[in-house]
Design a protein around this ligand. Sequence first.
Ligand code: 3HC
Ligand code: NAI
Length: 756
Amino acid sequence: MQCAARSSGRVMLNEPRNDFARPVRKLATITASLIFGHATVYTYIRGFMPQLVKLTRDHDVAVITIDNPPVNAMSPGVPEGIQTAVQRANEDPDVKAIVLIGAGRTFIAGADIREFGKIVSGERPRLSLLPYLRSIEDSQKPVVVAIHGTALGGGLETAMSGHYRVIAPTAQVGQPEVKLGLIPGAGGTQRLPRLAGPAKAAEMCTFGDPITAKEAHDLGIADSILEGDLLAGAVAFARRVAGEPVPRTRERNAKLQNFDTRIFDQLRELARKTKRGQRAPLAAIDAVEAATKLPFEEGCQREAELFNECLFATESKALIHVFFGERTVAKVPGISKEIKPFDIKSAAVIGAGTMGGGIAMNFANAGIPVRVKETAQEALDRGISTIRNNYATTVSKGRLKQAEMDQRMALITPQLGYEGFAEADIVIEAVFEKMLVKKQVFLEIGRIAKPTCVLATNTSSLDIDEIASATSRPHMVVGTHFFSPANVMKLLEVVRGKATAPEVIATAMALGKRLNKIAVLAGNARGFIGNRIIGPYLREAQFLVEEGASVEEVNQALYDFGMAMGPLAVDDLTGLDVSYYIRQEFKRFEKPGVRQPLVPDLLVQAGRLGQKTGKGWSKYDQNRRPIPDPEVAQLIEKTAREAGIQRRSISQQEIVDRCIYALVNEGAKTLEEGIALRAVDIDITYVYGYGFPAWRGGPMFYADTIGLKDVLARIQDFERQHGPDLWAPAPLLKRLAEQGGSFEAYDRQKGSAAAD
Ligand code: 3HC
Ligand code: NAI
């Protein structure tokens, strides 16, 4: 959509450009020095102000255009620019009404998130957007806000301080601050309930999900949905309301009366369950509740207190780290934008088992036709029927239309042979985790596939280079490690072999984005990033039960820490046979005499494979709920006694430290070996693939928040107790701790070294 102001037919108030820029600069200088007390900021604003906010005129309507690519964030200079432009439009006798619009692809996507870190570190003093938005609301002439793309956070708050909102049908609005560990901090918790009612406002601020233009209109957030040219429609709308008394959101109190006051406690209960361990969702509810109890100004004050509390908490630092981390992992040093990915128009998957079926669904969901090959009709039928059942469940929950399901099923072609594979742009192998089987499959597809076809393997542990050696084109081979269930889990680990071509890596990374995944690049080493690091974590969980903690205590401690599931519950979910086979495969890497967990093999021998057999570390009822099993407790105790392991009671803190620091220590080794490009790649892998709480930022960021000196000291304790084979500190961790460094700073240094 093209929303930038067109100059034809309009008087440019700032023609020549510097006429507008000069007073704005002057004002901005004063404002900036008041706010920031910072001479350098003046230069910043002076340099950028004319581009950030433009004031033009369409006859009697002033048009204020925010032009701060890529997403029109409220960076320094933008709020000041809007304020000044509104003031100028009010002073101009020829202007009857004002339109506020965003240039480019979106309205304002929120406050500039990069500024928060600077405020917290003291680099910038705190800045409140409230006075700027107040000046929009105080405008004597009506301000019509035209929304396209997304009006999020401070963007929606800006929109609500206008007198009217018109919206493009495809636009979305929301208060997603909670996803950054924050609450709306520019009056959103006070204005939104006045427009949408307290219940919907509290829900939007607590969970942060955006709503559509239609919902915004139905709720009273938007006054009109405008088809066609948004700017022209907004100008026409502004002309219609010119001269009428302006409705100010802060004065619209009708919806604050007569609502069900129980909603706040109901939401709190829901937030405690679904946003376990997080403070911001509860703070958001408190702030919206304040809107129903306090006058507007006092409500804003309460909001500001809660916002600041959240801003300085670790939760928001961690979630902001994850926000930028998601975007950082997509940037691979050495794979520049000039390296163009291959276009993926059709795909093929080999194997219709647990993973193959899920992978095929990803392609169908993205509208890409996909062939699915199996060895036997029965396995093929089973795989396709699982896919159909998965879709049918989504349809029954109302999250997919039957017609959409039919379309997606029609994109999947089941088959037993290789017909059509020669046209596929990518083939993903998802057969048994056996090197010989995989090499045979790669030998076959290497002969059939076209030269530009990407040959991908979903192996979770095998050597990509050895698999690639079965083809005559190892440069086309790459690992695409999906996580189970592949149609749900967000993580895609892209594994680079030693011969993988940059275009192939770029293709796999771009494919991840297209399939709505977060793709992280990993090196080709045992377990890549994720499964390499999970090893010591699981090992410690298993040692802990042998040393005296119960299965339930171990699971509960990590669950309370924020993990999606306890480690032994994860073991039961993936299947103890799976880890058993991986252990067999990697036995040759084990150092003789180093302690290994004893119980897992015994559980497998007893047929306790986890949920799939109804029992593993725990028993499972029909609804797959775990029940403590005294048989397992006895088996553990007996095994520990026979092995001479001294049993003791173990604190929750020790359980968490042993498991999480094992992750951190192995993570540091993975980082130093270059298997992970940056610490943040490990964090994102763990948040999106292993249920690590995003609000703790991932294992490496978590270690930073504890302080690497303390983490090292604890690891050295464990080394003294359990020996250097298991607990020798990673050299990188040791170095960073001794230098007073952090993984985040290490990433920054690496990043700037790469840029140099
Ligand atoms: N501040 C600073 N940078 C931002 C930003 C923001 N609010 N939103 C996006 N960006 C950056 C991204 O980091 C990215 O940078 P990069 O190209 O260097 O990696 C670039 O803009 C483009 O972003 P995306 O790749 O995410 O672009 P998409 O088109 O996929 O998505 C979006 C656009 C939906 C706007 C998405 O970026 C988004 O959700 N942004 C965050 C929105 C948000 O959380 N707003 C609330 C901020 S907090 C706030 O407003 C507090 C207030 O109450 C006071
Ligand atoms: P699975 O046993 O459920 O499915 C494998 C399927 O491949 C079977 O249906 C089998 O009939 C078929 N198959 C075997 N040889 C074939 C051939 N030559 N041609 C066509 N089909 C063939 O196994 P699963 O769990 O789907 O695993 C597949 C791969 O994905 C493995 O490499 C595994 O390590 C990996 N993986 C598994 C995860 C999981 O949680 N199950 C997670 C991530 C990766």
